[in-house]
Design a protein around this ligand. Sequence first.
Ligand code: ZN
Length: 113
Amino acid sequence: MSALPPCPKCNSEFTYEDGGLYICPECAHEWSAQDTAPAEVTERVYRDATGTVLQNGDTVTVIKDLKLKGSSGVIKVGTKVKNIRLVDGDHDIDCKIDGFGAMSLKSEFVKKV
Ligand SMILES: [Zn+2]
């Protein structure tokens, strides 16, 4: 199985790569591998409770008490969460909280510091 894109000219699937170029053996078309970067990845924008855009590595604080599923623990308002990682999902922040460990939060319940 090859992950090479089909030829943009003739749609041949027999594309091969040579020194950063894609080459089509059927119509001899050559094009740069860079030109075919994945088209239009719609990038999700993550916002905190106040609408501030969040980025990987940001530090946030929790704006409401969050009960932990399957335990009696509660993440208190004001808990600082460092180095968040944004993920695609219902709980869109992966992070580690001191004393709790790795967990997922919702961006709507945090505020960027
Ligand atoms: Zn071709």
